[in-house]
Design a protein around this ligand. Structure first.
Ligand SMILES: Cc1cc2nc3c(=O)[nH]c(=O)nc-3n(C[C@H](O)[C@H](O)[C@H](O)COP(=O)(O)O)c2cc1C
Length: 433
């Protein structure tokens, strides 16, 4: 069996089928996502389909491409709302280790864990954009590996804060009038290289103790951080359609998890996918061609997005010539995984061809619901791994229905995915298989 989850942005979803950031109209209007009602519909629908969790993406500022403005909501109130409107679904928010004081974030996530009765999680990102640093009063972001070092120290502190309360701290003794037993929490002083704080937290131990940690780093520093701290490790091959890439990623993660003295069975590796499902194979192939198709305008937008994620101007390269030799580790302080994927995809081809492929996330899953179910089953058999994180391109109500009413019942009938929730806590559902 494998796990299913859904990854979405807390913003409008009207972008064109080919993944550009060009508004193309959609039935999900600003009023329905800004008041949260669309996201509640989505969360309830995937809960009916027994998904393990919903993960809400975040970037702390607008993209600095003023032509394609994307207002959004803050993930914290969104996951709190979704927790209140569902019963079993895990609710995971993305929060940047660069901008939240550890004490504040530890208490916020512990609070959502209480409100959701043990279903909260944190997708840890480090944020690369200097534009974001400026919004928070700094001039620029620290270099790539230092951001992970800071995040590593933050996680050590946050875990200590979450662990500071014992589960049985409430004494509630009417005779003595004592509500909380002061011997049941640990006071401490944390004096790190990057963070200073004191414990305990002012939120008691939450149902999971430590809410679920997710991470999606792809560079060596990112993978190592994920292997040390995460319950769920997310993998995208950023467009490289290759079982081998995902297999290598998973093998490397397992080695690193063991290296940190952890049991790999307790860490779930999940792959980002965007299946293209339609009533006939021809219709699905036609939709896929639309997704990878590029007009000059879309090409410009993709170059803009790549520039944003990598902090490097890609428009200076010849689109129809091979890329010069680029080493992601020295080339960018931004996302290195995507740089590496573009370089590999352009090998023997061109930057233009790589940009077309790049929109398809990891595996090519295209066809009727039965065919896509076959492809997912075969992929998990070959790669190993623990499941898939769906990311719609573009997200429409029709897409949601194609996945939840078309594909998922077939996977359920084959006994490949969950048909009921057996546990209250998100972590227990994750560890069930
Ligand atoms: C499934 C998935 C979800 C991600 N979500 C976010 C996000 O919400 N916000 C963000 O700033 N980065 C996000 N990222 C980027 C990663 O956190 C990471 O920076 C990126 O994969 C590059 O890895 P590296 O920093 O180790 O080079 C996501 C990546 C993946 C694969």
């Amino acid at each position: 069996m494998f796990h299913l989850a859904w990854f979405t942005n807390p913003r409008a979803h009207g972008w064109t089928a080919n993944g550009s950031d060009r508004w193309a109209g959609n039935d999900i209007l600003p009023s329905s996502w800004e008041n949260g009602s669309f996201l509640v519909d989505l969360a309830r629908s995937i809960e009916r389909a027994c998904f393990d969790f919903i993960m809400i993406e975040d970037h702390v500022v607008l993209s600095n491409d003023k032509q394609n403005l994307e207002p959004r909501l803050d993930p914290l109130p969104v996951i709190t709302l979704l927790a209140a409107k569902t019963e079993h679904l895990g609710v995971i928010g993305t929060f940047s280790s660069s901008f939240y004081p550890p004490f504040l974030l530890a208490r916020q996530i512990a609070s959502v864990d209480h409100i959701s009765a043990g279903r909260a999680g944190w997708n840890v990102v480090t944020s690369s954009e200097d534009w974001a640093a400026q919004a928070f009063g700094n001039e620029k972001q620290p270099p790539h590996d230092e951001r992970y070092e800071r995040a590593d120290e933050m996680l050590d502190l946050v875990k200590q804060l979450w662990d500071a309360w014992q589960p049985d701290a409430y004494e509630m003794n009417e005779e003595t009038g004592r509500y909380v037993d002061p011997s049941k929490f640990r006071e401490f002083k944390f004096d790190g290289k990057y963070h200073k704080s004191i414990g305990p937290l002012n939120v008691s131990r939450s149902p999971q103790g430590r809410p679920v940690i997710c991470q999606a780093g792809s560079s060596p520093a990112g993978r190592d951080f994920a292997a040390k701290h995460s319950d769920i490790i997310l993998c995208s091959s950023f467009g490289q359609n290759s079982v081998q890439v995902l297999k290598d990623f998973r093998d490397d993660i397992i080695k690193r998890v063991i290296g940190h003295g952890r049991d790999p069975k307790t860490v779930k590796v999940m792959f980002l996918i965007s299946p293209v499902v339609a009533d006939t194979e021809e219709a699905a192939q036609h939709r896929y061609q639309e997704i990878i198709g590029m007009t000059p305008e879309i090409l410009k937008q993709r170059l803009g997005r790549l520039t944003l994620h990598t902090g490097h101007d890609w428009s200076k390269y010849d689109l129809d010539a091979p890329l010069p030799d680029i080493d992601p580790a020295t080339f960018t302080e931004g996302f290195r995984g995507i740089t590496e994927a573009i370089v590999k995809m352009a090998k023997g081809k061109t930057l233009r061809a790589a940009l077309a492929e790049q929109e398809t996330t990891s595996l090519k899953l295209i066809g009727t619901p039965e065919q896509v179910a076959d492809q997912m089953e075969a992929a998990i058999k070959e790669i190993g791994g623990d499941g898939f994180l769906m990311h719609a391109r573009p997200l429409t109500r029709r897409y949601i229905s194609e996945i939840l009413d078309g594909l998922v019942p077939i996977l359920q009938k084959r006994g490949l995915v969950r048909t009921e929730y057996k546990h209250q806590l998100l972590r227990d559902n994750l560890l069930e298989f």
